[in-house]
Design a protein around this ligand. Sequence first.
Ligand SMILES: Nc1ncnc2c1ncn2[C@@H]1O[C@H](COP(=O)(O)OP(=O)(O)O)[C@@H](O)[C@H]1O
Ligand SMILES: [Mg+2]
Length: 290
Amino acid sequence: MKSIMEAQALSYSYPGTNSQALRNLNMKIPEGTKTAICGHNGSGKSTFFLQAIGIHRPTEGHLAWKGSPLQYDRNTLKQLRQQVGLVFQDPEQQIILNTPLEDISYGMRNAGFPEQEINRRTEQMLASMGIEHLAEKPIHHLSLGQKKRVALAGVLVLEPELLLLDEPTAYLDRRSEQQLIEELDRIHQQGITVVMATHDMNLAYAWADWVLVMDKGQCVREGTPYEVFSHEEELELLGLEQPILLDIWNAMPESVRQGKNAPRDVRSFKQFMEENTASLFSHSAGAKVE
Ligand SMILES: Nc1ncnc2c1ncn2[C@@H]1O[C@H](COP(=O)(O)OP(=O)(O)O)[C@@H](O)[C@H]1O
Ligand SMILES: [Mg+2]
């Protein structure tokens, strides 16, 4: 798979520390995917994202954007930050102006867009995120879920090719999480590569089509959700839990599971149960006779 962003032997230490937050990191984001970067706290996910938009510069190695090493001059960085959008974990870190309307248009104004285009895109973005009614509300009156939508809108309005989201569902209630996931799927269908850092393995398993696992500043595994989560013991050693659907799946009799893909969401799990009630029942009846 062609990578859109790639860390090549990248190491980084924060100023004033002598430990490496990223150590000889080799990691590829495949173009066009929904990629989940998993790893427990401190494994380097956020640091990688800051590298990806050129906020920090590698101590060693480099980052490649569409095959070319990143340059750190002002113009290149400005261009990069229109192509690569980062949504911070904490929307307070991202939203700088007083209302969604002002904040969402800020990035475009900064990038020198014509006023007419700014208005057109802002209106469209407010509508597609379903936050028109909040446009002129003071930011501090919004809920966390609403603030997260505003922060996402402010990034999306620049029409990035690569969207990076740092723990986007942290502290969201289930409904807001569901809404966000639907939004991300819509964005992905428009051809944008979407990457989320998360330590929610259930979400990673259900949502992603590519999974990267980070530990101690390195990428220790990559693959499809099935491939990555089949290494149960390894993940446990890394402090990552097994997705619950996969746990239940593995508890089913092997004869029933054979040759079938594990369901990745509750709907397909239900479907599997409906289709296999007969063989599940006959299996347990058989087991009793033995
Ligand atoms: N601003 C910072 N200054 C110094 N060390 C930091 C800073 N931010 C993160 N670190 C360290 O870098 C490592 C990676 O952290 P981080 O990228 O935040 O991990 P994650 O996002 O996976 O939780 C950790 O050891 C963390 O303590
Ligand atoms: Mg983090």
